[in-house]
Design a binder for this molecule. Structure first.
Ligand code: NAI
Ligand code: MG
Length: 395
């Protein structure tokens, strides 16, 4: 029996192109695993009214490790229109399967490494005072609280009377008291101390493992006093258990302004859900964008790894496929590290680094081409060719 069983969920669109590429890498690596397919995505919404069927949930509960490609989500009206006519009008509601997965398994830790590979033409460069350019070596991992905060989902347009009455007990609500319900939208930002503690602890543990000097908590406690305040207070408290690691604090707005000043100074950043989402995209943009952005959704029992990109429907039917498999392959590398096989994970990352550095094989995004069937004749590598190149470096 293999040591691990991985539930593979290619999902929609280019998820079906990139996920098999990551399996080629894992197999060549000798990662001791079996793979079982999990149904997920738009097709299952249309035919079953559920984009994440229970049988897939069961597989994840059983095997605890998932590799996920991407899904397609559409606005509610379109979702209803595409539902199998037999299921229409029966109260089916589309829920994003990845959000459901995060909630069902409490995958509250989202980890997003944004690490620049030398030689990547998409890397951020900075102009120096003398007019010359430099390329800072960015190595940032963002820890984003994945289940609460601004995305807790507790929100209303036209809040019911009892909610309005509760809000009216807050002195600051006076300014809004005269606003008619239909003109009033409220989203609750909810932070719980245990979840704050878990995400901050994950960041400190990572910093210790990777021998980084500090962790940055990025919030806005001077304005969003209660929720950002609790995040920061928790970070200060957790830091006491890590005397070898410093805690730095930045505000989300200033942090983004500093993005092009000194991004190389931030190795580990931790934030609540919305801020973490913004930060991780912002940092990913400095190191190659969607073709390179990997992520892990990690809970106590289950962990699911996925590229940050979506299903890119406009490229899904191209043959040969043109999209960059690196984000998916790096997500697989994160999974390998998560189960403790650090050396194997490093081998994947080194092979990717070697291909990027050599610069001979580049997918269309790395050449700044417009995507499309022409990309290949213009000299871009196909998805498969990129994987082939990485495989060759693995040997
Ligand atoms: P997207 O990430 O699918 O694509 C945006 C653009 O980024 C693409 O057109 C392409 O130019 C580029 N891109 C994406 N992946 C790439 C790769 N591996 N290599 C090279 N270039 C790449 O986002 P979009 O177009 O906003 O959404 C398409 C669908 O995906 C929607 O239905 C959306 O809901 C869904 N989505 C799903 C996500 C997930 O599964 N976690 C995340 C984001 C969007
Ligand atoms: Mg995002």
């Amino acid at each position: 029996m293999a040591k691990h069983t991985v539930v593979t969920m290619p999902g929609d669109g280019i998820g079906n192109q990139v996920l098999p590429e990551s399996l080629r890498i894992l197999k060549a690596l000798g990662f001791d695993a079996e793979y079982v397919h999990g149904d997920i995505g738009w097709e299952f919404w249309r035919s079953e009214g559920n984009a994440l069927p229970d049988r897939t949930i069961d597989l994840l509960s059983k095997h605890k490790l998932g590799l996920f490609g991407a899904i397609t989500s559409k606005p509610n009206k379109e979702a209803q229109a595409e539902l199998d006519p037999k299921l229409r009008g029966k109260g089916y509601v589309y829920y994003s399967p990845i959000v459901t997965m995060r909630q069902k398994f409490d995958l509250d830790i989202c980890m997003r490494p944004c690490i620049g590979f030398p030689g990547n033409p998409l890397n951020y460069i900075r102009k120096k005072v003398d007019g010359s350019f430099e390329e800072p070596q960015i190595n940032t991992t963002v820890f984003r609280q994945n289940t609460e905060g601004m995305y807790a989902g507790v929100e209303w347009t036209n809040p019911p009377d009892n909610v309005r009455a509760a809000l009216a007990t807050h002195p600051k609500f006076k300014a809004f008291a005269g606003t008619p319900g239909a003109d009033l939208a409220v989203s609750m930002r909810i932070i719980t101390r245990p979840a704050a503690r878990r995400i901050v602890t994950a960041a400190f543990e990572f910093a210790r493992r990777k021998k980084f000097k500090g962790v940055t908590i990025c919030e806005k406690p001077n304005v969003v006093r209660e929720t950002s305040g609790m995040m920061e207070e928790t970070a200060k408290d957790v830091q006491k258990n890590y005397p070898d690691i410093q805690l730095w604090s930045t505000n989300i707005d200033a942090q983004l302004m500093w993005l092009n000043k000194n991004p190389e100074d931030y190795n580990v950043i931790v934030a609540s859900n919305l801020f973490g989402d913004i930060l991780s995209d912002a940092f990913a943009g400095l190191v190659g964008g969607l073709g390179f952005a990997a992520s892990g959704n990690i809970g106590d029992h289950v962990a699911v790894f996925e590229p940050t990109h979506g299903s890119a429907p406009k490229y899904a039917e191209l043959n040969p496929p043109i999209v960059n498999p690196i984000a998916m392959i790096l997500s697989a590398a994160m999974m390998v590290e998560h189960v403790g096989e650090t050396e194997k994970s490093e081998r994947i990352k080194k092979a990717v680094a070697a291909v990027v550095k050599e610069g001979k094989v580049r997918t269309y995004d790395m050449m700044r081409f417009t995507g499309g069937p022409k990309a290949i004749s213009q000299g871009a590598a196909s998805t498969t060719q990129m994987t082939d190149a990485i495989l060759a470096k693995l040997k």
